[in-house]
Design a protein around this ligand. Structure first.
Ligand SMILES: [Zn+2]
Length: 299
């Protein structure tokens, strides 16, 4: 019997009336079904009865999850690598632009293979990474000579020592949601900036694909935010949202993946076409975009 985490009270607003809204399939690793519950109070949603921390490993155990691969195969893969390069550049720009004048220290949580940290280090930032996967930490060390810390490091860090903390599609994977957010507030300097990228469950593509939306990604994604409930969550932890930005590649990527999950014929092509429609919608409103970058400052 698998050990799971059952949630009774909404982790964001403590409402007790959360109910099932969707049943999603793990398309990546196991084919198992998981329920998504939604809070009637604040609108926040979460994966119910997700595997506990020491059992979730097998759900990451799929070849596709090595987004760390350096292989180039086919046109989709080339596009993906091209998009990743541009996305990396835009991440470094955002981190520099929204940090305070004399900022020099940056912590990236869920630093993966270390490409972002390395890019920031080349811009003279003093960088630290946290990554819970040991093989991935070792990869970053081998590839870039980065010394990456394990997940517990965040909770042991001193107060107010970082200028910038980034989490690129990471918070939705972390079981200790409130504890993590509280610690982010603690370790940031008073004029520090917190940058969090998250999928958006109210995006045009999410509303169209419903339970087939690839960014539900159960049970790896535990928390499912919209701009409204994330704002509420940020305020609760004494942050204010300074700015939101759309991630323009995500509508394409998520539509392609969602079509593949549905078993659509020529899924990549269909996804690319539909992704273009969702992309155009997100040009008109960040709130419609598949993924959003939130730039937060301490209140
Ligand atoms: Zn709630």
């Amino acid at each position: 019997m698998m050990n799971t985490v059952h949630i009774d009270l909404c982790p964001v607003c403590s409402n007790g009336g959360c109910t099932e809204t969707l049943i999603c399939k793990d398309h990546l690793a196991t084919g198992e079904l998981f329920s998504i519950y939604q809070c009637p109070g604040c609108g926040f949603a979460f994966t119910q009865n997700f595997p506990c921390e020491n059992e979730i490993g097998k759900y990451y155990d799929a070849p596709e999850y090595i987004s760390h691969s350096d292989t180039h195969q086919g046109i989709i893969n080339s596009l993906y690598h091209w998009a990743r390069k541009i996305a990396l550049k835009s991440k470094t720009k955002i981190a520099s632009k929204y940090s305070s004048k004399n900022a020099e220290t940056l912590l990236d949580i869920g630093s993966g293979t270390g490409y972002f940290l390395q890019a920031m280090r080349l811009k003279k930032w003093i960088v630290t990474g946290i990554e819970k996967s040991k093989p991935t930490r070792e990869y970053a060390h081998k590839k870039f000579g980065l010394n990456i810390q394990d997940a517990e490091y965040l909770f042991d860090m001193p107060d107010k020592i970082k200028d910038v903390v980034t989490m690129w599609h990471v918070l939705e994977h972390i079981e200790k949601l409130n504890e993590t957010m509280a610690n982010l507030h603690r370790i940031l300097k008073n004029d520090g900036v917190l940058i969090i990228a998250l999928p958006n469950k109210k995006s045009a593509d999410a509303l169209a694909y419903k339970e087939e939306w690839a960014a539900y990604d159960v049970p790896r994604h535990l928390w499912h935010f919209s701009p409204d409930d994330f704002t509420y969550f940020a305020e609760k932890h004494n942050f204010r949202i300074e700015k939101t930005k759309a991630m323009y590649f995500d509508p394409f990527y998520i539509a392609m993946l969602s079509e593949k999950n549905k078993g659509t014929f020529a899924a990549s092509l269909v996804g690319l076409i539909k992704g273009t429609v969702y992309f155009i919608q997100s040009l008109f409103s960040t709130r419609r975009c598949s993924s959003i970058i939130y730039i937060l400052k301490k209140k």
